[in-house]
Design a protein around this ligand. Sequence first.
Ligand code: GDP
Ligand code: ZN
Length: 463
Amino acid sequence: KDLEYTEATIAAIATPIGPGAIGVIKVSGSLSEKILKRLFRSKKPIKEFQSHRLYYGYIVNPETETPVDEVLITLMRKPHTYTREDVLEIYGHSGYLVLTKILELVLKEGARLAEPGEFTKRAFLNGRIDLSQAEALLDLINARSEESLKLALNQLRGALAEKLRPVREALLSALAVVEVAVDFPDEDVEIISHYELAENLENQVLEPLKELLKNYQEGRLYREGIAVVIAGRPNVGKSSLLNALLAEERAIVTPIPGTTRDIIEEFATIKGLPVRLIDTAGLRETEDLVEEIGVKKAKEKIATADVVIFMLDGSLEPTEEDLKLYQEIKAMPHLVVINKIDIASHENLNRYREIFPQEKLIFISARTGEGLEALAEAIFELVTGRTEEFIPSVVPNLRQKMAIENALKATEQAISNLKKTDIYPELIAIDLRDALSSLGEITGETTTEDLLDRIFSNFCLGK
Ligand code: GDP
Ligand code: ZN
């Protein structure tokens, strides 16, 4: 690594501060053992601490020998530690005062306060994990659903780096061939034809990178969830549907039209996808100022939706207002849902079929629950393009996705230059090197201090 790295011993409180059972203070660096010996007292004095063993005793203020807390400690000698440095962990009682007192003593003995993510940064700088694993750790800490947890765990095992290894190798061997042409321009030794080279790059570089980009799109759905807006004129049953999908009555349902003035949002899962359900007020023209604000908000919500459920009342004939609303939403990804089929007549339902011949209507009853499963499936299919649940095993994050896109662009350029009649190996070599360095950013082979700071500052203290 060509990164500057000063060997200071760092320390931090590694557990959330509060009146929990235990609090952990983590220390990493060469001073760990010296600090331990200065601050720790046990019944029988310990001459030589064994690595990775728990000891029971007290932390004392070495100036006065007054005990600060009753603790368990463990000293873990490098290299078999999180940071690949000597690590000391002190398990104390988790009060703010006690933990900060211990931390103060540790700092007095020569450690400095760790920056957010600095322990993990050291694990990376000392070669224990690659950058994508460090980021996976961050995802793991922040994971909100079972699916996102699985994704983070895969990444932590190094799945992305593994997937990229053959891609990098393909780029490197292409670069080697091209560089021979740069170095010996007059020799007419074609070890491998330009077309063959281009084809290799297409199969071994473009394809896997495109697959990763697709995974990004799908993984994003699971990580961030989708927004489903329920739109329709008053009284068609929007709030009822929201409640039915939540399987509990959270929004107030009322038979008086126009009472859902504000936007109501609730969270649910549809086939493993985290879903934000948004119930809008009717979108009709109105004189009422309060309602006008509601209408404006509803329009804004619709514009950002992943899916708009356009709802109609099957127990009534379609109205002018329905058709007007349909015009507002039809450019968005949408589903046309006919509600209240439990009380709807065949004549009415057929009228809807005639009016929306181009739509695949979904018939439901928010009251009896009929058709809700089909609706959930239609929502899932509309956003994922799949009928079955599918979670890609390797999903890049936004930063990694951008690096992949850069690598893809550079490789595409190299390929198009390889296919020309006049070949300039120097230019192709530049593109291939660009692609390699972009991919290197993902795992951390090529990084800048700036990038590292940005990534690791997202961690909390003590990680
Ligand atoms: P919103 O104004 O679109 O949110 O409509 P609500 O959900 O408040 O429902 C308006 C009225 O229609 C209420 O009296 C509901 O009980 C009734 N309703 C909603 N869905 C159904 C349904 O599937 N069948 C029947 N029979 N009534 C329903
Ligand atoms: Zn409502």
